[in-house]
Design a protein around this ligand. Sequence first.
Ligand SMILES: *Cc1c(COP(=O)(O)O)cnc(C)c1O
Length: 234
Amino acid sequence: MDFAENLNSIRQRIAAACARAGRDENSVTLLAVSKSHPPECIQAAVACGQLHFGENKIQEAKAKIPLCPGKARWQFIGHLQSNKVRDAVELFEMIQGVDSLAIAREISKRAEQAAKTMPILLEVNVAGEGSKFGYAPDKLLAELNELNALPKIEIHGLMAIPPFTPVPEKARPYFQKLRVLKAECEKILGAPLPQLSMGMSGDFEVAIEEGATIVRIGTALFGERVSSFKRAAD
Ligand SMILES: *Cc1c(COP(=O)(O)O)cnc(C)c1O
């Protein structure tokens, strides 16, 4: 696996998808999903100029991030439990996957204690899957003003993980749904939401065509996930 080669190819595909959609390629942030990969992989990625990374487990991130180059910037993309919020606020510059008032309140509280404001993305369960985290769209719209009133969080947009499909085109309706929902949120808030985090290794080009501003890509950059980044996480 050659990270530099993978990165080049992904960047080209991002640029091509942007061109098809009439978008500036700089309007899409490539978030390299480094879960399960060790600090050496991050170091190699940073050396190639990749600076944004996503992790989905607090324990792993806590062990890994201090071992990585200082230039690397981190976003949390997993499901956050309230007892892990303090660590998340400390480790990450953005928390994606916020899907309840309770967790948003906790983030605001911990951010206040840390004297910062925490950018967040609200996760939406776009296909209504019972097995998935995320807000039901109606509930999100109903709670949005209350979320937005929390003093130390900043809502930057929405994120979603549509049902897995080997056919990227099948994810398009879910990406469209998230984009429309973002517009509804903007109307309620009376302010623009800059970020739409959607698209993974298998479907990021379709996501970009539908307006993604953050694509979260793991396998296509780092190769298959190794069982786990264990040693340091123990
Ligand atoms: C693991 C993960 C990804 C990356 O998935 P790939 O298919 O390996 O690109 C993206 N988003 C979230 C939330 C993830 O947990």
